[in-house]
Design a protein around this ligand. Sequence first.
Ligand code: FE2
Length: 160
Amino acid sequence: MDYDQTGLLAHIREQFRISWHGTHGANHWARVLHHGKHIAAQTGADLLVVELFAFLHDSCREDEYRDPEHGARGGGICAQPERQVFHLTGDRLDTLCFAIRDHSGGDVSTDPTIQTCWDADRLDLWRVGIVPTAPFISDIALDRVDHAYDLSMKTRQLAR
Ligand SMILES: [Fe+2]
């Protein structure tokens, strides 16, 4: 990927206000990225947007449990200095910002990149005891539900 991943993650960690190892922290982002890459291989989603979504979508959370504005705050990151480290412009930046801003409302999208981002995030709902189901995830993501369960549960056990 053509951006400073280390710099971006360092910046995110510096300003992250909840637990780095918590429900909405780095381990969750790694699983979102894992699912996103695999789904993108079938949907043709923009891989850079999918990766940046994984790292950024929960990065502005201020509460592990109830924080309905975290998507809007995260979407605002696209206008902040952080974007200097990921060099995204135009439609790709708009797609990333939209995916982040509206990721937690249960919407679905006909845009393959946006839906890939949302599918990847929702597949990891297993970690909080929620079963990812249609119509909130695509048919491609539905095929990964069992694998997502294994991944979410394994990581949860490691965290104990
Ligand atoms: Fe998330």
